[in-house]
Ligand binder design. Structure first.
Ligand code: SF4
Length: 329
């Protein structure tokens, strides 16, 4: 079995009390069944506090957020459970965050979540290389082998398109949309032919309309907004700023979401997900790293919002090719 991870995965370190957001800020933490059982039977004032705030919904257990914070969060920025009982006492989500694990059976990919401020700083500012290790074990994969082969062959090309600093960033992002369609055709049964960037750019110019940034912001405002900080930022300026950090953002999103298309054969929707984010983030006031971290927290970490963007890729006027291509200029 192969284990693949970005070089910064091993060196990541939580900045704890120096974190400007914290992982348990503004959302209810989902508690796995074993931890929930442990918390319900824990003795002492910590057990009492946990029982007071645990609740069930749709068969899952959550720790209720109180005044925008996990009730276990202490004024010094540390977690009460961890401080009193150690790291092993945390539920699975809190032990793992912001570490991501995608297990495909015969290979595993690890990564960091952009929704953690420290991970976002690293992802958007530091160089990254893939590290691969061979491990024993693994299982027979259940994915569609032909489609996964296409995704594995194409993802390095997608990342290389974004890495080519000789090409202006809006053009790289435009090429990514066109390349996404190119690979989608192969997923749908066509042969995966060589990609011609020049022809793709010429074709894209014909599709582009006058980009409507306000329509894109309105679409994002229509989603389930988790934090006021995010809704307050959803006022796009007319002129985009194509910071090179957006190329790193796009590479992160390609790395995280490209192989997920094996589950439902929808690569185009995922490419539009990240391009809509780039078009939006390029136009928001404030610090780009903070904005990208909030985007991840609001969209990537919400199954409801992620699904709405993937569905909207085919139905929303703000997410049409014409509008996105118009905004990538
Ligand atoms: S969000 Fe990241 S840096 Fe902040 S407390 Fe959680 S793991 Fe640590």
């Amino acid at each position: 079995m192969e284990l693949i991870y970005p070089s910064y995965y091993q060196t990541f370190s939580c900045i704890a009390s120096n974190c400007p957001d914290s992982c348990c800020h503004e959302w209810d933490v989902q508690v796995d069944a074993d931890s929930a059982a442990r918390y319900r039977s824990m003795e002492g004032s910590l057990g009492d506090a946990l029982r007071e705030h645990l609740y069930e919904e749709d068969g899952e257990t959550y720790l209720r957020n109180v005044n925008g914070r996990c009730p276990m969060w202490r004024e010094d920025g540390l977690c009460r459970i961890q401080a009193e009982r150690g790291h092993g006492a945390l539920c699975q989500v809190c032990q793992q965050f912001p570490r991501l694990r995608h297990d495909y059976g015969d290979f595993v990919e690890l990564g960091l979540e952009l929704s953690c401020p420290e991970a976002a700083r690293i992802i958007l500012t530091e160089p990254m290389e893939w590290v691969a290790e061979s491990l024993s074990g693994g299982e027979a994969p259940e994915y569609d082998a032909e489609v996964m082969a296409i995704l594995k062959e194409s993802r390095p090309h997608a990342l290389a398109l974004l890495d080519n600093a000789a090409v202006p960033l809006p053009q790289r992002l435009t090429l990514l949309l066109m390349y996404g369609y190119h690979v989608q055709a192969a997923i749908d049964g066509a042969e995966l032919l060589p990609f011609d960037p020049e022809a793709a750019l010429a074709e894209a110019v014909q599709f582009a309309a006058e980009g409507d940034a306000e329509a894109l912001a309105e679409f994002y405002r229509s989603l389930d907004v988790l934090t006021e900080r995010w809704s307050a930022r959803l006022e796009p300026s007319v002129s985009p700023v194509w910071d090179e950090k957006l190329a790193k953002f796009a590479q992160y999103a390609v790395s995280r979401h490209w192989y997920q298309a094996v589950s439902d054969y929808d690569l185009t929707g995922r490419v539009k997900l990240l391009l809509s984010a780039c078009a939006l983030l390029s136009r928001l006031e404030g610090d780009l790293i903070q904005n990208a971290q909030l985007w991840s927290k609001e969209i990537e970490n919400s199954g409801e919002n992620l699904g709405a963007v993937l569905d909207g890729a085919y139905t929303e006027p703000a997410l049409t090719d014409a509008n996105l291509l118009g905004l990538l200029r």
